[in-house]
Design a binder for this molecule. Sequence first.
Ligand code: PGA
Length: 238
Amino acid sequence: MRRPLIAANWKMFPLPEGALDNDSPYRERGDMDIVVFPTFLDIKECIHARLITGGQTGHNEPSGAHTGDVSMQHLADAGCRYVLCGHSERRAEHGETDEMVAAQVIAALESRMHPIVCVGETAAERKAGTQHAVIERQMSGLPLASDLTVAYEPVWAISGGDTSTKAATPEDAEEMHAFIRSLLPEEKREATRILYGGSVKPENAAALFAQPDIDGGLVGAASLDPAAFQSIVEAASA
Ligand code: PGA
């Protein structure tokens, strides 16, 4: 049995109301891992409040002349335990390539953080029927024998903050998750968690998490609403 993991990706938004309170739904529970991904500026406050915290990206070099960047090592030194690598918004807006993402994953592991590597096809790629080839390419350079988590995030299902966007159906998501699992080395196939991301909300969380190869969620828009996030957590617990 894989322990569920629910990740709250707060992107470039302020901390949700009450996020740091003692009874906040963003706190770790006995039956699953809950991790928050605030902006770089809010990371230390979250760690101080004892939330399990991660960075939304990190530079692979430990330090250097890279204006505007924060390194994996900095994140680890600040107390981050997780980091997102290769989120589709980073790939699209900051030109992160598969090679850059792989270098980040390696650096994160060297800094003793747990990488959550995001993969997923665009709408055009799915329309062309190339989704499996895209995922295979995105995963090909990754150190898949290491301890990491994969997040399947079809780009067409990511809300961009618009909560009316449609998630993948549980069946379509499961088909891709099973495919991703088949790409993992045999010794890691059972243990590695694969999260679904892209318009996870209270209404669809239970059906998604009931799929055998979906081990939790990477939640954007709905994670900014504490009540919605709480329901998603409950769905993962059921
Ligand atoms: P969403 O975002 O839940 O708002 O679709 C998910 C993500 O981008 O990680």
